[in-house]
Design a protein around this ligand. Structure first.
Ligand code: COS
Length: 385
């Protein structure tokens, strides 16, 4: 059950997303235009500072409200959903969790004012194997670091004023030492590469980042040398709740579209919702979406309670993203030719958008691996399963 403030938050958020975001969703997708015009209204409502403490200009909320925000944004526009998720969970969170006071003061007020942050983990050879990072930071005699390498699949790369990036800080191939740095976009040697032409989420920019003899001082290092891998994995534990919420919102949008269409579309003299083949699809959609929602709420509660929640957020992400994909595919089937080939209804866009949720921030296979490791550790330690 949601608390009163969470129910009210959903009502306000839904009204905002429908009024301010929904009208542009089709154009953003069709023209692959970044959602610049939405940044100010999203900032004013606090959606870009949901994890940032008030002392840094944020409007902090609990994780359930944050999940609701990502869900409601994604219900009308997946590109807005992913922009919120990446900025808050992957951009603000690591600075908040691992940054020094100076780093928080430098980056969080700007982030709260609507300047986007990005997260640079993936590389051409480091996807699921997040520790396979090749980007290298070499320490210079004066204490600076010289960084060379490239990151890929970076959400909001074209707009972000800084990126939290994982790099190797040891030349020894046996040594996994990975360290995170906060890298400023305006630094010499930092450049934004090719923007991807994506299947979905086309109103969110995804691009390469290149670091070419990028020199930073020790004040750019996040936490201790060698802590970067665990920082990234902890960040992803939380990020996966937001990807689950995104998949849920997209699925919800597809389900509502299918239910409405089925009630209006007449075939054989009756609305197609009269036929059990369609009714069963709608019933499965509603049931699975609600189950996904409960997993998201529970992992959000566990996170806020300070409990270990990584396996739970992996479950939420695994389940919600597979449900979202299934619901969107079934919504397209309910809509038939109209679902696939016209832009009049959102089902087709959602179907393309939601696929990313099974891949980004760890594939479904990686989520199963994280969950299975937790199960088997429980077996080893004699804990109840
Ligand atoms: N939080 C903090 N620390 C964690 C952690 C977590 N969630 N999960 C593992 N660790 C720690 C381990 O305890 C271990 O510490 P010690 O060396 O002190 O024992 C260390 O990190 C290495 O863990 P592990 O050996 O399990 O690492 P693996 O290389 O086997 O990788 C997976 C683990 C596969 C789970 C990880 O690489 C992963 O999540 N990959 C997917 C990455 C991903 O989502 N990429 C997409 C990014 S899109 S933004």
């Amino acid at each position: 059950m949601l608390e009163k403030h969470q129910i009210e938050f959903r009502e306000r958020t839904r009204a905002f997303m429908e009024e301010k975001i929904l009208p542009d969703a089709v154009t953003l997708d069709k023209e692959q235009k970044f959602l610049d015009q939405h940044i100010k209204p999203l900032t004013d409502e606090g959606f870009l500072s949901m994890l940032v403490p008030e002392e840094y200009g944020g409007k902090p909320t609990d994780t359930i409200c944050y999940s609701i925000a990502v869900e409601e944004a994604s219900r009308v526009c997946g590109s807005t959903g992913i922009t919120l998720a990446a900025h808050n969970s992957l951009g603000c969170y690591p600075i908040l969790a691992f940054g020094t006071k100076e780093q928080k003061k430098k980056y969080l007020p700007r982030a709260a004012q609507g300047e986007l942050l990005a997260f640079g983990l993936s590389e051409a050879d480091a996807g699921s194997d997040a520790g396979g990072t090749r980007t290298m930071a070499l320490k210079q005699e004066n204490g600076d670091w010289l960084i060379n390498g490239s990151k890929c699949w970076i959400t909001s790369a074209t707009r972000a004023f800084a990126t939290i990036a994982s790099v190797k800080t040891s030349e020894n191939p046996e040594d996994k030492a990975i360290t995170c740095f906060i890298l400023d976009k305006d630094a010499e040697g930092y450049s934004v590469g090719k923007k991807e032409n994506k299947l979905g989420l086309r109103g969110s920019d995804t691009a390469f980042l290149h670091f070419d003899d990028l020199r930073v001082g020790p004040e750019s290092r996040l936490g201790e040398i060698g802590d970067g891998f665990k920082q990234m994995l902890r960040t992803l534990d939380g990020g996966r709740i937001s990807i689950a919420a995104m998949a849920l919102g997209l699925g919800q949008g597809a389900y509502e579209c299918a239910a409405k269409y089925a009630s209006e579309r007449i075939q054989f003299g009756k609305p197609i919702s009269y036929y059990q083949a369609i009714q069963h699809k709608l019933a499965d959609m509603a049931t699975e979406l609600e189950a996904a929602r409960l997993l998201i709420y529970e992992s959000s509660r566990m996170k806020d309670a300070g409990m270990p929640f990584g396996h739970y957020s992996a479950m939420a992400k695994l389940y919600a993203s597979e449900v979202g994909t299934r619901v969107a595919a079934n919504a397209v089937r309910v809509l038939g030719g109209i679902g696939c080939y016209t832009g009049e209804f959102p089902a087709e866009r959602i179907w393309r958008d939601v696929k990313l949720c099974e891949i980004g921030e760890g594939t479904s296979e990686i989520q199963r691996l994280v969950i299975a490791r937790k199960i088997l550790k429980g077996v080893k330690d004699g804990l109840p399963l």
